[in-house]
Write a protein that binds this ligand. Structure first.
Ligand SMILES: O=C(O)CCC(=O)C(=O)O
Ligand SMILES: [Fe+2]
Length: 346
């Protein structure tokens, strides 16, 4: 039988512990290497920051925050959210438990993103991907049992994040002038009914040659919305805007979560909101951890521009696609370092 072992690469953690140079499978294309091509630039302005309490208040402060939110969504496609109401001690404990999990003996781990072809370049990242909602679809066999506190913390964090996500989506629906109760709108298409949440824990071991590899290659998230708890101390995340890469500085003290639009919402909003392209670079001295909560629709849902956002002046800009097929196509394109959204543009 043909040797298929290339499909299951070693954990990066294991590779990092044994080599001085990243193996060839991790090296990014020659033209992207060298110099400071991966360094990224400082953002021209501070990261747009939205105060969730103000955003959800019932006075003029809410309008001011909503205006800031609109501008953030139309320029960067991402923003920081402060006053989110999630205890920093909960986040600290969950990240500490995740670190403990990633440092454990290797058999329990899942490894890297799907490897489609033998020459696919691999990312310098180990990840753990878990369905957290709906609760009855949790595959608890795959949830780490050690440390023991992990499951309880992830459950609690999931519930806290849900409140933040619901508040933000409600205001986004208002910005799109969609009727809150309308089943055709964002909340109807992506309300409590039939939505799914996946937690992705990313662990980036220190890399001896950070200029030669990427922690995660350029991509847009395939979901509707992502809530990211990035490393408190180690930078690495960068966003692409007008052909330039910009660094997102770390947020100390868990004061803010990062929120970004995903491809599903780009399609649903008929391109009014963009799912920004981002990547992660590695660090020669320090490991880095992040936790992304991906809010998505049910697999059977047809993703298409919301009817109220399509008219003669602004015809549908994207083809309709079932979410299941969008995810499959996303990974195909991802493995070739391309973006699925390009193939859906009309
Ligand atoms: O690690 C990060 O900061 C970002 C992770 C990310 O982009 C992802 O998991 O999709
Ligand atoms: Fe991402």
């Amino acid at each position: 039988m043909a040797d298929e072992s290339w499909r299951v690469p070693s954990l990066v953690q294991e590779v990092a512990a044994t080599v001085q140079e990243p193996p060839s499978r991790y090296l990014i294309p020659e033209q992207d290497r060298g110099g400071d091509q991966l360094a990224g630039a400082e953002m021209p302005d501070p990261v747009p920051t939205i105060d969730l309490q103000r955003l959800l208040a019932s006075d003029s402060a809410a309008d001011e925050e909503a205006t800031k939110l609109r501008s953030a969504l139309q320029t960067w496609g991402f923003f920081l959210v402060t006053n989110h109401g999630i205890e920093s001690s909960l986040m600290d404990s969950l990240i500490a438990a995740s670190r403990e999990f990633f440092r454990k003996p290797l058999e329990e781990k899942q490894g890297n993103d799907p490897v489609k072809t033998q020459d696919q370049i691999l990312d310098w990242c180990d990840r753990l991907h878990l369905r957290v909602e709906p609760e009855d679809e949790r595959n608890l066999d795959r949830w780490p049992g050690h440390p023991e506190v992990f499951r309880g913390l992830l459950h609690e964090y999931t519930q806290s994040c849900k409140r933040v996500k619901d508040g933000i989506l409600r205001v986004m629906a208002r910005l799109l002038e969609l009727d809150d109760d309308d089943d055709g709108g964002i909340l109807g298409q992506f309300g409590d009914k039939g939505s799914t949440t996946n937690a992705r824990f990313n662990y980036y071991p220190a890399c001896p040659r950070p200029e030669l590899v990427l922690g995660i290659r350029p991509h847009s998230d395939v979901c509707v919305l992502t809530l990211l708890l990035a490393d408190e101390h180690v930078a690495g995340l960068q966003f692409l805007r007008d052909g330039n890469w910009y660094r997102v500085p770390p947020v100390h003290g868990r004061a803010a979560l990062l929120v970004n639009v995903g491809v599903s919402l780009e399609i649903m909003s008929n391109g009014i909101f963009k799912g920004p392209v981002h990547r992660v670079v590695t660090n020669s001295e320090k490991e880095r951890m992040s936790l992304a909560m991906f809010y998505a629709t049910d697999f059977e849902k047809e993703i298409e521009p919301i009817a109220e956002l399509v008219d003669e002046k602004r015809p549908a800009r994207y083809k309709k696609i079932k979410f299941r097929d969008l995810v499959a196509a996303h990974y195909e394109y991802f493995s070739r370092r391309e973006r699925v959204i390009e193939s859906l543009k009309i």
